[in-house]
Ligand binder design. Structure first.
Ligand code: SF4
Ligand code: SF4
Length: 192
């Protein structure tokens, strides 16, 4: 009897295992062939959008809207790992509207000629996004950034052409004649 019971147990346990395999065979897969399938694009062939979407609050790579950046350098100063580099030139006085919901206006006199973020060093703490007065540096939901070389993790947000354009603008601004200071009267000079 023991002999036949063992045979029965072996057959039934194999049948249970095969039933699980068979059920999975007809279940919708929870995986996709990444990176061939773009998991952020539900319209991508081979991906029906069945994966849990990346959260709205997900901290992916940082990005900067350099047209709104006022080159205040606060992000670079607050970064605990020194992964932001901002170089700027003085240009014409203008204003920019904050990208934050309040849309507050900020004066802009400096223009970035270099804005680099080293994403290999960034620890996604978010301090830079919090201090930025114009809200122009913010997280994206992008996380696909594998690179074969370490230096490729440095993202450059200003092109050489844009830097050249800003430098020309700054040179023109510097060449403009400055309004003369009013000459102090004798009484004002004595007060000083
Ligand atoms: S998220 Fe943190 S570590 Fe990354 S650049 Fe901003 S301040 Fe630096
Ligand atoms: S804190 Fe904002 S406005 Fe200031 S340099 Fe950084 S990105 Fe530009």
């Amino acid at each position: 009897m023991n002999y036949f019971r063992n045979i029965w147990e072996a057959i039934s346990s194999i049948a249970q295992g095969m039933a699980v395999t068979l059920r999975q065979f007809f279940t919708k897969p929870e995986t996709v062939q990444y990176p061939e399938v773009d998991v952020l694009n539900p319209r991508m062939p081979g991906y029906s959008g069945h994966l849990k979407p990346v959260s709205e609050r997900f901290r992916g790579f940082l990005t900067v809207d350099t047209t709104v950046c006022i080159s205040c350098n606060q992000c670079a100063h607050v970064c605990p790992v020194d992964c932001i580099l901002v170089e700027s030139e003085k240009g014409p006085k203008t204003t920019v509207n904050s990208l934050r919901p309040d849309g507050k206006e900020s004066p802009k006199t400096r223009y970035p000629v270099q804005f680099d973020i080293h994403l290999g060093r960034c620890m996604y703490c978010g301090l830079c996004t919090e201090v930025c007065p114009t809200g122009c540096i913010h997280f994206t939901r992008e996380f696909r950034g594998a690179a074969g070389e370490y230096h490729k993790l440095i993202h450059h947000f200003i092109s050489p052409e844009e830097a050249e354009r800003v430098r020309k603008l700054a040179a023109e601004e510097a060449a403009k004649p400055k309004p003369e200071k009013p000459v102090a009267t004798k009484v004002e000079a004595e007060k000083e």
